[in-house]
Every structure is written in structure tokens, then in C-alpha cells.
Design a protein around this ligand. Structure first.
Ligand SMILES: NC(=O)c1ccc[n+]([C@@H]2O[C@H](COP(=O)([O-])OP(=O)(O)OC[C@H]3O[C@@H](n4cnc5c(N)ncnc54)[C@H](O)[C@@H]3O)[C@@H](O)[C@H]2O)c1
Length: 357
């Protein structure tokens, strides 16, 4: 199947994994990656693509908030679909500086929808066009000990990040109901895997263990997330893009609920084995509980039965194996790590995790 797709935010963590994986599993797909290259976007994430993949890939530097830029782009090129990852994505940053989240996640999504709608109409409103909007389970707020998020769970976001993503989800749905734009929305749980910017929990802890730095854990460490290997997410997105029903939402999750402190202990154990550390030198001695994040949701857990039943997708990576692969990837890619850890990043880590409990 031949398709030319615009991916936004393809130089970030999930977007770059998506582009690499999709070029491999879909030889008929051509991909253009539109990315502003913020602190989270890194051109290195898409370096060294195999030669036949390079021929089907192109990079465009630009900002989804820039209406004129988007108009020019869509006048020059036509796409069979848009897969929208571009966002400010870190909850902690949204607490320190919410404005960038409103700008990109709300206004940027609005500008992108406007430009897509104009292109779609200009091309005769093709029914096989898709606007796939990538969102998060955080829009649903926090769960207690029991229950799961379904596609019918009411939105109840806690942070400026999740509120801005919730707003963008509503806008995307409204562009379908009001103007007929063929959209699909996905809400996914926490991802882990290669190319994740090292301010997020799993790469931060892996790297701090390697470098024998403090391992900051928020509050009592008992917040629960439902972890999904990034390649499983990418495969779910290709499935939804090709087979999802227009106007529908699909929840995506791995069914692997773990407390943050359990993840940190596991990473310590796996890395200590590799690094030959034990007893007094065990990495667990580096764990430091720090003041909790305000509005920190206690538990997320996804009910992914709709996408499994209706579209035939199911997570295939087992956590214990995929986390071991992820550790190996970071250990083998310290040059990548060093290149993304700029002075700006070091300042951010200090400001954010400086306060011990
Ligand atoms: N990481 C997760 O666990 C997770 C889980 C569920 C959903 N999501 C969603 O998936 C998407 C991707 O997440 P991620 O973790 O890869 O994020 P990321 O922060 O790693 O990457 C975001 C990318 O968007 C780009 N970008 C930011 N602002 C832009 C703008 N104005 N114009 C163009 N490009 C811009 C950045 O340069 C970067 O390449 C986000 O929409 C996020 O909400 C993430």
C-alpha cells in the first residue's frame, strides 16, 4: 500500500521510533518529518537509516504553531495522512512553565487542524485521509486502587501537560464532528525504550545508576504507571492509522502496572549485575526520596480491550525482556546520551530534583 505521510514531532522519542519502525515494516510508506527541534527533538535519533529507508524519508524543520509555514507546506506537498506527535511532553516542565504547553499542544494542534482541513478540502475531501492524533492516558486523571481507564472514562486532567493534551483531543474530535475531517485519537500509557530524553524516569535512573549519581524518587515512590514498550505503541499506531474507525478513540496500554519504586529497584538490580556491584556498593544506596510533584496522579491503568478486540492489536513485548533491551541500548549509546545532555538539561535536573525530602 503506497502512502505519503506527514509525521509531526518525529525527532522526539516516540516519533523517531515510529519513523524507524514504520519505514521498516511498511515499504510502501513515504514519510516526511515536520519538527521544530526543541530541546526534546534530536536529529541524531534518525541518523544512519538504512539506504532504502533514507530514500523514503525527508526532514522539514518547522513549527506547528506557524500557520503561514503550514499553509505553504500543504500547498507544495499533498499527504495521505498526518500523524501528530509534536507536543511539549514533560509533566514537570509543564508545572514550571505551562505556557509552552498551551502554545504547542493547544494552539499548535489547532493550527495543524486548520491547515489539514484546508488541504483535505482542496483535494476533494478524500475519505481515506486520516489525521491520527497521539495522546496520553493522563487526560483521564488518577485512578484509585481499582479500575481501568476505558475510552468512556470522563476527562479529569491534573497537570498543565495533561490539561493541554485534553484540550487538543477535544479540538481534534470537534474538527471531525463540525467539519467532517477524518480523525482518529489514541490515548496511550507510559512508554519506555530507546531514544527517550533522559529527563524521564527510566532513562534518568539508568544513566544515574551507571554514573553513580543520586536516584531521585518522588514522594513515597508508590505511584503506579502502566508501562508499554515503545515499539508496541508504534505498532498500535500503524494499526489505528490503517484500520481505525473515523471519529473513534482507542486506548493503548501494555497491562504492566508497576510502582515507580519497583522500577527503580529493578533497574538497580539489573544494572548491578552488569556492572558487578553488590553489598555496600549496591546502586539501591543511591535512592533519594524527593518532595512529591504537585498534583501527582497516583495510578494509571489502561483497559486496551477495544483496540485488541476491534483492530486485532496486542502488546507483544514482555516487560522483563524489553527493559533489559532498553538498558543495553543506553549502555551502547553513551555518545547519543552525551550529545542530548546539554547545559540546559543539567540546569533543569538541578532545579527539579535538587530538593531532598
Ligand atoms: N512518552 C510517553 O510515555 C507518552 C505516552 C503517551 C502519549 N504520549 C504523546 O506522544 C507524543 C510524543 O511524545 P514523546 O515522548 O515522543 O515526546 P518528546 O518530547 O520526546 O518529542 C516531542 C517532539 O515534538 C517536537 N516539537 C515540540 N514542539 C513542536 C512544535 N511547536 N512544532 C513542531 N515540533 C515540535 C520536539 O522537537 C520533539 O521532537 C506526545 O504528543 C505525547 O503527549 C507520550
Amino acid at each position: 500500500m503506497e502512502k505519503k505521510i506527514l509525521v509531526t514531532g518525529g525527532s522526539g522519542f516516540i516519533g523517531s521510533n515510529f519513523i524507524r519502525h514504520t519505514l521498516q515494516i511498511r515499504p510502501g510508506f513515504q514519510i516526511r518529518n515536520l519538527d521544530a527541534l526543541t530541546y526534546a527533538g534530536n536529529p541524531l535519533n534518525l541518523e544512519n537509516l538504512p539506504v532504502d529507508h533514507q530514500a523514503r524519508y525527508g526532514f522539514i524543520q518547522g513549527d506547528i504553531c506557524d500557520a503561514r509555514f503550514l499553509k505553504n507546506l500543504f500547498e507544495q506537498e499533498t499527504f495521505d495522512g498526518v500523524i501528530h506527535f509534536a507536543a511539549e511532553s514533560h509533566v514537570d516542565r509543564s508545572i514550571h512553565g505551562p505556557e509552552a504547553f498551551i502554545r504547542t499542544n493547544v494552539n499548535g494542534t489547532f493550527q495543524l487542524l486548520e491547515a489539514c482541513l484546508a488541504m483535505w478540502k482542496q483535494n476533494g475531501s478524500p475519505s481515506d485521509f486520516r489525521f491520527l492524533h497521539i495522546s496520553t492516558d493522563e487526560v483521564y486523571g488518577s485512578l484509585g486502587k481499582e479500575g481501568y481507564f476505558t475510552e468512556k472514562t470522563p476527562y479529569d486532567p491534573s497537570s498543565p501537560y495533561s490539561a493541554s493534551k485534553a484540550s487538543s483531543d477535544h479540538l481534534v474530535k470537534a474538527y471531525h464532528r463540525t467539519f467532517g475531517l477524518p480523525v482518529v485519537v489514541t490515548n496511550c500509557s507510559n512508554n519506555y525504550g530507546p531514544y527517550q530524553f533522559p529527563e524521564k524516569l527510566i532513562p534518568l535512573i539508568i544513566l544515574n545508576i551507571i554514573e553513580q549519581k543520586d536516584l531521585p524518587v518522588y514522594g513515597d515512590g508508590k505511584n503506579i504507571r502502566d508501562w508499554l514498550y515503545v515499539i508496541d505503541h508504534c505498532e498500535a499506531l500503524v494499526t489505528v492509522f490503517l484500520k481505525g474507525v473515523i471519529g473513534e478513540t482507542y486506548n493503548i496500554g501494555g497491562g504492566t502496572e508497576l510502582e515507580n519504586i519497583r522500577i527503580v529497584h529493578l533497574l538497580c538490580e539489573l544494572l548491578d549485575e552488569k556492572l558487578g556491584r553488590s553489598g555496600k556498593n549496591s546502586s539501591k544506596s543511591l535512592i533519594r526520596f524527593v518532595t512529591d510533584r504537585p498534583g501527582h496522579d497516583r495510578r494509571y491503568a489502561i483497559d486496551a480491550s477495544k483496540i485488541e478486540r476491534e483492530l486485532g492489536w496486542k502488546a507483544r513485548f514482555v516487560f522483563s525482556e524489553a527493559i533489559a533491551r532498553t538498558i543495553d541500548w543506553y549502555m551502547d549509546h553513551m555518545d547519543w546520551v552525551n550529545s542530548v545532555r546539554s547545559g540546559d538539561y543539567r540546569k533543569w535536573i538541578e532545579n527539579n530534583y535538587g530538593k531532598r525530602k
